[in-house]
Design a protein. Structure first.
Length: 323
């Protein structure tokens, strides 16, 4: 089915929750590049999305025509596994407040962003949207995943019951400019990039990485993700849930060797097999969104090069932090 093209005016009010984060800032840039002039963003200091009363007041007074939920409490394996309660509770609070306030105050279009971790740990590969809730989740990020599944279901039921254009996009692993390079809370690609960079500066010292290197992962540049969000904003998509990715993956070992080469590190890579690997494979079936007319444009090699360039230009923020 071909999506219906939106009649959205370029001056339509579009609220991007989480506009300062990696994904939110990329969406802001993409919408601006497409000519949208009435974008709304609030910092966490200006609006605590966990505060129901504050979110309700904001939405009632602003009444945005479009809401994009790019705000979330996020982290890697370590942060997720150690803080399951916070990841579950805070993401539920953020989502519930935003989705319900958007529905209550007559927002007709909402784009909810989640993650490929919503799918069962051992689901068949590649992951299709219909595999949701067909098996147990990966234990290390169960809290985050359950919250995101709840958000998907809220949007699905609003779409079905009230005929509103509330759609969920589930990206694969994202990376790019404005990523989190904190070694205690970052995802695998930015963490590796920083580790190899710092090891290179330390006379090409060995780099120790978690696990065996055998799990396979798919990576999507955040600018591609942002364009998928713009596509969802500008079109009325028939289904409620779409995977967003490249449809191709690499082993963690291949990723490490690619980053090592781009950074210029010439030391050894040591794999610490006492640490967990996480889900063995998470490849997305992206045919559903591709059939609607969207696909990725930035390949992994060029995407990592761009990300490393951004990191080098913004590395001062990380130099003061010691681990």
């Amino acid at each position: 089915m071909t999506p219906m093209t939106s009649t959205l005016n370029k001056n339509a009010s579009i609220y991007i929750a989480g506009h300062r984060g990696m994904v939110g800032s990329a969406i802001w840039r993409a919408l601006t590049a497409n000519g949208y002039t009435n974008l709304i963003g609030k910092t966490s200091a200006e609006l605590d999305l966990r505060d129901q009363a504050a979110v309700t007041h904001f939405m009632a007074s602003t009444k945005p025509e479009v809401v994009i939920v790019a705000a979330a409490k996020v982290g890697g394996i370590l942060a997720n596994s150690l803080h399951q309660y916070e990841f579950l509770l805070e993401n539920l609070q953020i989502q519930n407040n935003l989705i319900n306030a958007a529905h209550t105050h007559q927002t007709q279009k909402l784009v909810f962003l989640g993650s490929s971790c919503i799918y069962p740990k051992l689901a068949p590969q590649p992951l299709k949207e219909e595999y949701l809730l067909t098996g147990p989740l990966e234990p290390t990020n169960e809290g985050y995943a359950i919250a995101k599944i709840a958000g998907v279901k809220l949007c699905q039921h609003i779409k079905n019951q009230y005929q509103k254009d509330f759609v969920s996009l589930m990206p694969t692993n994202l990376y790019g400019s404005h990523d989190n390079f904190d070694l205690k809370s970052s995802h695998v690609l930015p963490a590796m990039l920083r580790k190899f960079h710092e090891a290179k500066l330390a006379n090409n010292a060995p780099v120790t990485l978690w696990g065996s290197g055998t799990p396979m992962r798919e990576f999507l540049h955040v600018d591609d993700m942002a364009k998928a969000v713009v596509f969802a904003v500008e079109n009325t998509l028939p289904a409620h849930l779409y995977n967003v990715g490249t449809g191709t993956d690499v082993t963690i070992k291949q990723l490490a060797e690619t980053i090592q080469r781009i950074v210029g590190h010439t030391g050894d890579i040591v794999w610490d097999s006492s640490k967990p690997d996480g889900t063995p494979r998470k490849l997305m079936d992206v045919s559903k969104l591709k059939n609607e007319g969207w696909q990725f444009a930035i390949d992994l090699e060029n995407g990592i090069k761009e990300t490393y360039k951004w990191f080098l230009e913004n590395t001062e923020a990380y130099k003061q932090v010691k681990y």
